[in-house]
Design a protein around this ligand. Structure first.
Ligand SMILES: Nc1nc2[nH]cnc2c(=O)[nH]1
Ligand SMILES: [Zn+2]
Length: 444
C-alpha cells in the first residue's frame, strides 16, 4: 500500500551539538509504503513520479516527526501537579501512595489508558516509560500500548528498601517476575523491555545484581533508572554505598551502564560520571520541567555535550508538568537561558532534543526521530485552532525557524490534530472510570 503525504515538513536529521540543521520542506511529498518513507521531494516532483497513488493532504499547519519521550512514569499520570515539595518529600507524599494504588489491576488498567491517552494527545509516538512495581500493572501497560500502537519500552520497577513496604520485592522475585515480563513482551511488535530499578537509594547491591542478571536473559534489553537528581538524594546514596566512587558507579559496578542505558536527570554530575556515561555510550534524559518543579537544579547541558554524553528530553510525568515535549523543549530553553554558561538553544536544537536525539538515545535513530527516506512514517501535525494565539503567530512567520520558535513557545497538545505511527492513525484509548468501567462518554 503506497500513500503520498503532502505537508509542510520540518525535521532535524543531523545531530547535536552541531545540529542547527533544520530541514524545511514547504510543500513536501512523502511517499510511504507499508509504513516506511521510501521517497521524498517537493510535492510536484513526487506527484509526477507517482501519478496514480492516493494523496493524503496534510497541508495547513506543520508536520513534525513524532515526539520521543525518554523518561515518563506510567503510574503517575493522575498525580501531575504535586508542586511545593523537593524530590524525597514529593515521592513520599505524592508519587509513592499512587504507585501503591496500582497493586489493583483494575485501577492499573484505567491508569494505563489515561497514560497512553496523555502520550497520544501530546504527539508522543515513542517513549521510554518508567513502569510499575506490580507485574499485572506492567502487563496492563504493554497490552494497552499494543492496542494503541505506540512504540513503548518499559519494565517492572524494582526496589527492596526505603520506599514503602508494599513497593518492596526481593532480588529473586524481581528476577523471576521480570523474566516472565521479558518473555511476554520484549520484541513483541513495537514493544521492548527496560530493566528498571527505581534508583540506587531504594535498590541494594543484591537487587542491582538481580537487575544485571535480568539484563543477561534476552538480547537488546534496555536499562533505565534515576541519577544525580537532587543533592539530598545524592547524599543518601553516598551513605548507602560508602565504597562506591559516585552515584553512577553504583549502577556501573553491576555492568548496568552501557549503550542501552538511559539515566534520568543527572542534574549534579561529577566529571568522572560524565566521562563514564560518554565512554559507555549511555544517554541522559533531561527533564527540565520536573527539575524546575521539584527545585532539583539547573541542568548542566554544556558539560554533558562537551563530554560527549547523548542528551534527550523526558517529561518525567508526574513530577513534570504534563506530557508535552513542546513544553519540555521550551523549559529546556529557559533553564539554559538562566544558567551561567548555558547553551544558547535554537528552535532547531529544541526540535532535535524532542525527536531525533531521543530516537538516538533509544537506539531507534535508524527508524524514527526524523522524516528521512528509510524512516518509519511517525509524524504529528501541529494545526492550531483558528484564532488561537499560535494560529495568529503562525500566519506571518519570518521563516521556518521563527515558526518553530512559536510552536515551542505556544504549542500545546490541543494544537496536535494528527498522530501517525508507521503511517497508521493512532487514537487515544477509551478512558475508564475509577471502577474500571468505560467512562460515560464511551457508552454513547
Ligand atoms: N522525579 C522522580 N525521581 C525519582 N527518583 C526515584 N523515583 C523517582 C520518581 O518517581 N520521580
Ligand atoms: Zn523519574
Amino acid at each position: 500500500m503506497v500513500t503520498i503525504y503532502r505537508a509542510t515538513v520540518l525535521d532535524t536529521p543531523g545531530d547535536l551539538p552541531t545540529a542547527d540543521g533544520l530541514r524545511v520542506s514547504e510543500d513536501c511529498g512523502l511517499v510511504v509504503k507499508d509504513g516506511t518513507i521510501t521517497f521524498r521531494d517537493d510535492f510536484p516532483a513526487v506527484r509526477a513520479a507517482f501519478p496514480d497513488e492516493q494523496v493524503v493532504d496534510l497541508r495547513g499547519g506543520v508536520l513534525l516527526p513524532g515526539f520521543v519521550d525518554t523518561h515518563v512514569h506510567y503510574p503517575q499520570v493522575r498525580v501531575v501537579g504535586g508542586l511545593g515539595r523537593p524530590l524525597l518529600d514529593w515521592l513520599r507524599e505524592c508519587a509513592l501512595p499512587e504507585e501503591l494504588a496500582l497493586s489493583d489491576p483494575v485501577y492499573a488498567r484505567g491508569v494505563a489508558r489515561d497514560f497512553l491517552a496523555g502520550l497520544v494527545h501530546a504527539g508522543t509516538t515513542t517513549a521510554l516509560v518508567f513502569g510499575s512495581h506490580f507485574p499485572d500493572a506492567v502487563d496492563a501497560l504493554f497490552a494497552e500500548a499494543e492496542t494503541v500502537g505506540l512504540r513503548i519500552t518499559a519494565g517492572l520497577v524494582v526496589s527492596d528498601r526505603l520506599l514503602a513496604p508494599g513497593l518492596h520485592t526481593t532480588p529473586a522475585t524481581a528476577l523471576r517476575e521480570g523474566k516472565a515480563l521479558v518473555d511476554r513482551w520484549h520484541g513483541r511488535g513495537r514493544l521492548r523491555y527496560a530493566v528498571s530499578p527505581r534508583f540506587s537509594l531504594s535498590a541494594s547491591d543484591a537487587m542491582l545484581e538481580s537487575c544485571a542478571a535480568l539484563m543477561e536473559t534476552a538480547p537488546d534489553l534496555w536499562f533505565t533508572s534515576h541519577l544525580n537528581e537532587n543533592l539530598d538524594e545524592i547524599e543518601h546514596v553516598r551513605r548507602l554505598f560508602p565504597s562506591a566512587e559516585n552515584y553512577l558507579s553504583t549502577y556501573g559496578r553491576h555492568g548496568l551502564v552501557t549503550g542501552r542505558s538511559v539515566l534520568a536527570h543527572d542534574v549534579h554530575p561529577s566529571a568522572a560520571e560524565l566521562e563514564m556515561l560518554a565512554g559507555a555510550g549511555a544517554a541522559v534524559a533531561h527533564c527540565p520541567s520536573s527539575n524546575s518543579a521539584l527545585g532539583s537544579g539547573l541542568f548542566p547541558l554544556r558539560a554533558h555535550l562537551d563530554a560527549g554524553v547523548r542528551v534527550a528530553l523526558g517529561t518525567d510525568v508526574g513530577a513534570g508538568t504534563g506530557f508535552s515535549l513542546l513544553k519540555e523543549g521550551l523549559q529546556a530553553y529557559f533553564v539554559q537561558q538562566l544558567l551561567d554558561g548555558g547553551v544558547a538553544l535554537t528552535p532547531a536544537h529544541l526540535l532535535h532534543l524532542a525527536t531525533r536525539s531521543g530516537a538516538l538515545a533509544l537506539g531507534l535513530g535508524d527508524q524514527v526521530g526524523d522524516l528521512s527516506v528509510g524512516r518509519q512514517f511517525d509524524a504529528v501535525r501541529l494545526h492550531p485552532q483558528p484564532g488561537s494565539t499560535l494560529d495568529v503567530a503562525l500566519r506571518h512567520p519570518k521563516d521556518a525557524t521563527d515558526a518553530l520558535a512559536k510552536i515551542f513557545t505556544l504549542g500545546t497538545p490541543a494544537d496536535i490534530d494528527v498522530v501517525r505511527v508507521a503511517g497508521q492513525v493512532v487514537t487515544a484509548p477509551a478512558q475508564l472510570s475509577l471502577d474500571g468501567s468505560l467512562s460515560p462518554m464511551e457508552t454513547r
